[in-house]
Design a protein around this ligand. Structure first.
Ligand SMILES: [Cu+2]
Length: 152
């Protein structure tokens, strides 16, 4: 396991505001890794203050190969995750990404997500706009859905 020191650069703004596109990304957090887990998950609330729908298509983060937007799909008794081409953030509305629902999937982490660390996450929208947010890693909360399902 390789530890590249995590640098807390100056700007500790937890809320990103992109004036041009009127997007707020609030209360974003990453879930702490458990041993053996190669992917990470992120959650939070994204608000579109604009007058046109926005499509969140993914993102990027230094410690993972890629950031995908996922949702949980119920198939009978089973719940599995599915990558989405885009998550629509309707004009004037907020969409919550939360455990058991929509979430960011951090594909192939290069290091575990450790409580107390912060990571720069860039959200990418279909119109080419991006929003950068500094996101804390938080403790795993007792999951409401069985951890035997739905994980990669
Ligand atoms: Cu996922």
């Amino acid at each position: 396991m390789k530890w590249c020191g995590v640098i807390l650069a100056g700007l500790l703004s937890f809320t990103a505001i992109a004036s041009e596109i009127n997007i707020d990304a609030e209360d974003l957090w990453l879930r702490q890794s458990i041993p053996g887990q190669s992917n990470g998950a992120g959650f939070g609330t994204i608000t579109n203050h604009g007058s046109e729908d926005l499509l969140l298509i993914g993102g990027s983060i230094a410690i993972a190969d890629d950031v995908e937007v996922h949702r949980h799909v119920r198939e009978g008794e089973q719940v599995r995750m599915e990558a989405m081409d885009a998550l629509t953030i309707p004009a004037g509305q907020s969409v919550q990404l939360q455990p058991g629902g929509y979430h960011f999937m951090l594909m192939t982490l290069s290091e575990p997500l450790v409580v107390g660390d912060y990571h720069d996450l860039t959200l990418v929208f279909s119109n080419g706009e991006t929003v950068k947010v500094k996101v804390p890693v938080k403790e795993l909360v007792q999951s409401q859905s069985s951890s035997h399902h739905g994980h990669h």
